[in-house]
Structures are given as structure tokens and as C-alpha cells.
Design a protein around this ligand. Structure first.
Ligand code: NAD
Length: 321
């Protein structure tokens, strides 16, 4: 039975872009059982259809879910739309050319979502995620809560994973955030990091397992920053961890969880910044970004966040030049 035949469908997630990221996200979301209906959309219709059919063949093994390929008409009653559509850099193409192409794709998609009077919360995952989130907000004129980016949720997960390995502690017990750009200028917020209620600088001497912590700190930050480059060099793209990160983000919306996550949101004066989308801790609920949390950062971290904001703003400026 299709969802059209079932009245009152809720928890409908439309994924725009059925490539590596879109399909990995759909696969993880299907297993979570969090969505009632998953719809895959792609400009290559046959790709969306193939991915949906492949996923549908796993339905006997997962919580009851409708999964199918769809079209922009599915925006009409979507609960969440996740944008993973984009293109990869072509040989000889500059970063700015890629930026322009992806900006145009994201802009067109949100325009259609708006034209369909969709009630959905929109999550942008395509890169450069901070710039595309800003464009999507400007293009629709919607309030900041309704459109946000996956931002540094993935980078924060990488940070937590590396800290958990270093400390020999479950990654779920490591609270740590990467802020700013989802990219090279991202900022490790050490002053917001804690294990068992202790800041890392207090936890490490108490643990006494490692030698030179300051050296380790730098290694971990560098490894978080370089993660995507390493994976892309090895296998062409990153998709599984971002797929799982998107499940956490979308679950927070579908279940009205009020979870704290470093999503990319439009700042309106918080941290002394405005007119830029970047990642800071936010409360995510059924209304999207319900609140931006203005935590205390060291002077050095705050300056790094401002520098990161300038880099994102420069990309937006180049786009409109
Ligand atoms: N935010 C993050 O943490 C994160 C992590 C990994 C990848 N990404 C980004 O996600 C995006 C997708 O990556 P991928 O590896 O899945 O790429 P991919 O090339 O495998 O898939 C992209 C898909 O988008 C489709 N598409 C292009 N234009 C479209 C349009 N107008 N409407 C609908 N579909 C369209 C393409 O046909 C393609 O199937 C990239 O921009 C990538 O940089 C983000």
C-alpha cells in the first residue's frame, strides 16, 4: 500500500539526492524505524528508483516503513526534507565553480519546496553546507529555525570518537563539540569538552594514562580536520558516518527530542556574529533549531570562531560577486 492510499501519514522524510550520502542516510534511517515513510528524489530518476527498490527489498528485516522513489510533489506533506543533492568537483574545475554549481542546485531545490507550500523542516547536508544553508534561508525568506545545515555534527562525532580512543572511554560518554565552518577553519571547543563532568584538561592528569597531553591535543584536532580528506583519498567519498549523523538530526525533529547538536544555523548576534550560518550548539526539536546556546568559550576559541565566520562570509561574497 502506498502512503497516498494511507490517510494521515506522518514522519515522512524526503531525501533529495540519492547518491552515496542520500542512500547511506536512507539505509540507516530505515533501520532506525524513526520514519514512517522515506522518499528518495534525484534528478536521475532511475537512480532514485533503483535505490528505493534495493532498500524496499530489506523491508522484511526492519521496522515497518514505506520506502519509495518520489518527486517534488512529495514536499507537500513532508515532515523533514534533507538535501544531499550536489555535484562533485570535475577535473580542472575550481572550488569556486563547484560552489556556484552547488549553490544553484540548492537554491533551485528550496525554491520548489517553497512553491509546494511544504510544511517541512529542511536540513541541508550538501557542501559547502554553511554557505548553502545561508543561501536556502535567503532564498525562501523562512525563519532560521526551519532551515539548518548538518554543520559540524559529523566533525563533532569524529572528535568524540578520537577522544574516546585516546581515553579508553565509550564515545557516548565523551561530550565534545567542533564549532564554526564544516571545513578547514573549524574550531575544537576544548572549553566545552568534558568527560564525567570534568574538563579534558582536568580529566587527563587524573587519568594519567597518556604522556604529553598537549601534543595529543594537537594531533587529535588535526586528525578531525583531515578525516574527510583521508577517506575521500581512500574510497572517493564519505557517506556512512554522515548518514548516521543525519539520522540523529532527523530523529531529533521527528521525536521532538530537544537534543543539543552542533548544526549550522543563522547567527543573529550570538557569539558576536550575524548574517552567517555556522555551527554552534543548538537545541533541535520538532520546530527545527529551537534555540542557539551561547556557551562560554576561551578568548582564543572565540577569535577562531570569528575567523571561521569571516572565511564562510568570504565564500558567500565571492558567490554574489
Ligand atoms: N555535511 C557533511 O558532513 C557531508 C558529508 C559528506 C558529503 N557531503 C556532501 O553531500 C553531497 C552529496 O555527496 P554524495 O557523495 O552523495 O554525492 P553523489 O554525487 O554520490 O550524489 C549526489 C546526487 O545528487 C543528485 N543531484 C544533483 N542535482 C540534483 C538536483 N537538482 N535535484 C535532485 N538531485 C540532484 C545527483 O544526481 C547525485 O545522485 C556533496 O555536496 C558532499 O560534499 C556532506
Amino acid at each position: 500500500m502506498s502512503d497516498i492510499e494511507r490517510p494521515g501519514i506522518s514522519r515522512k522524510v524526503v531525501i533529495v539526492g540519492s547518491g552515496d550520502v542520500g542512500a547511506s542516510f536512507a539505509y540507516a534511517l530505515l533501520q532506525s524505524g524513526s520514519a514512517e515513510c522515506i522518499v528518495l528524489v534525484d534528478s536521475r530518476k532511475e537512480l532514485a528508483e533503483g535505490q528505493a527498490l534495493d532498500l524496499a527489498h530489506g523491508l522484511p528485516f526492519v521496522p515497518t516503513t514505506i520506502v519509495r522513489a518520489g518527486s517534488p510533489d512529495d514536499y507537500d506533506d513532508a515532515t523533514v526534507v534533507v538535501i544531499t543533492a550536489g555535484s562533485r568537483q570535475k577535473p580542472g574545475e575550481s572550488r569556486l565553480d563547484l560552489l556556484k554549481r552547488n549553490a544553484s542546485i540548492a537554491g533551485q531545490i528550496v525554491e520548489v519546496i517553497k512553491a509546494h507550500e511544504s510544511p517541512a523542516i529542511v536540513v541541508v547536508a550538501s557542501n559547502p553546507v554553511d554557505v548553502l544553508t545561508f543561501i536556502a534561508l535567503k532564498q525562501t525568506g523562512w525563519p532560521r529555525n526551519r532551515i539548518f545545515g548538518s554543520g559540524t555534527v559529523l566533525d563533532s562525532a569524529r572528535f568524540r570518537h578520537l577522544l574516546s580512543q585516546h581515553c579508553g572511554v565509550d564515545a557516548r560518554n565523551v561530550h565534545a563539540y567542533i564549532l564554526g565552518e564544516h571545513g578547514d577553519s573549524e574550531v575544537a571547543a576544548w572549553s566545552m569538552t568534558n568527560l564525567a563532568g570534568m574538563a579534558m584538561d582536568d580529566y587527563c592528569p587524573a587519568c594519567r594514562k597518556c604522556g604529553d597531553w598537549s601534543k595529543e591535543r594537537n594531533r587529535i584536532v588535526q586528525e578531525v580536520r583531515d578525516s574527510a580528506y583521508h577517506i575521500i583519498e581512500a574510497k572517493g567519498s564519505t557517506c556512512y558516518a554522515i548518514g548516521l549523523a543525519l539520522v540523529r538530526i532527523v530523529e531529533a525533529v521527528l521525536r521532538n527530542e530537544h537534543s543539543i547538536m552542533t548544526v549550522s544555523t543563522l547567527l543573529e548576534g550570538e557569539y558576536g556574529l550575524k548574517d552567517v550560518c555556522l555551527s554552534v550548539p543548538c537545541i533541535v526539536s520538532k520546530s527545527g533549531v529551537e534555540r542557539v546556546i551561547e556557551g562560554k568559550l576561551s578568548d582564543e576559541e572565540l577569535q577562531a570562531l570569528k575567523d571561521s565566520a569571516s572565511i564562510i562570509k568570504e565564500s558567500s561574497r565571492l558567490l554574489s560577486a
